[in-house]
Design a protein around this ligand. Sequence first.
Ligand code: KG4
Ligand code: ZN
Length: 337
Amino acid sequence: MTILGIETSCDETAAAIIRINKDNKVELLSNTIATSLALHAKTGGIIPEVAAREQVKFIIPVIEEAMKVVKNPREEIDVIAVTVGPGLIGSLLVGVETARTFAYVWDKPLIPVNHLFGHIYANFIGENNIQFPAIALIVSGGHTDLVLMKNHKDINWLGGTRDDAAGEAFDKTGRLLNLTYPAGPLIEVLAAKVKKDVYHFPRPLINSYDYDFSFSGLKTAVLREIQKDEKMNDERIANICYSLQEAVFDLLLKKTFRAASEFRVKSILLGGGVTANQTLRKRFEEEIENRKSDIKLFIPDKKLCTDNAAMIAAASFFINEKVGWQKVSADPELYFD
Ligand code: KG4
Ligand code: ZN
């Protein structure tokens, strides 16, 4: 089976082709992404109208590029998968309406996909040995969620952020420190030079008996630190980046491993833009080693952690709920249920 995936929930315009092999392994044939990040860097964040206008320009060239790997797309593509939410309404509509048009003209089934499931299923690209039950941690610019997966049809949300997402904490701190948007990647680079948690920012809810997170206080703690009557220099910025990362990562590790123990899982799956962070990836690996745990850790390739359409195509294969083009619409508020 060959699937065309389309993803336009935030500022990326993405299309991908995957093929499902005989042993149900997802093979990635193409993964095309156009982004308007350079425009958003100028404004320090995403302006939804600007993102959607760019996506209208990009969507057909991006799909054409992704389809170059198949000789006769109309015949070879069996299903079209598209992100229907959550996300920005204008952006989602670009992908959804394009997918509906292809499905109508080519007379193909569509599979509507929840973007958050996409981040989980990025782990299944090229990997068909993931054992259940599994805990999935999704950490992106818009979401921080812990999810229990008993199988592909039994997926339950355990908890998530009560305020900002983890990536949002990086991006908002970045704005305070005058770092380019999105700040996560640069914070990682600056933090890598530091060895000591100088500021030890608060870790809200770290001992709470739920699976919730809270990151908005971190931005305030950073702001207070910046406002102190101390000269801001490269060393101080790097120390703030390091201390911020440590606070965020301590919270993510603590809650994920508590859920892993409570539900006696066999696998931990990470996903979302923040999991591209090398320090976070290493901390999860080390924690499993230190615990001498049998739990297997899965983390997508870096390019599959941030938004892409391959993960949407992969999720559609496991969800496998095909519908006609008339039944698909964008839902910006879509969540786990
Ligand atoms: O998953 P994603 O591409 O888009 C959303 O669905 O939100 O995630 C984007 C987020 C941004 O907040 C960005 O700062 C963060 O992921 N991010 C990182 C890194 N790369 C991207 N955060 C920390 N370290 C990174 N290397
Ligand atoms: Zn995302």
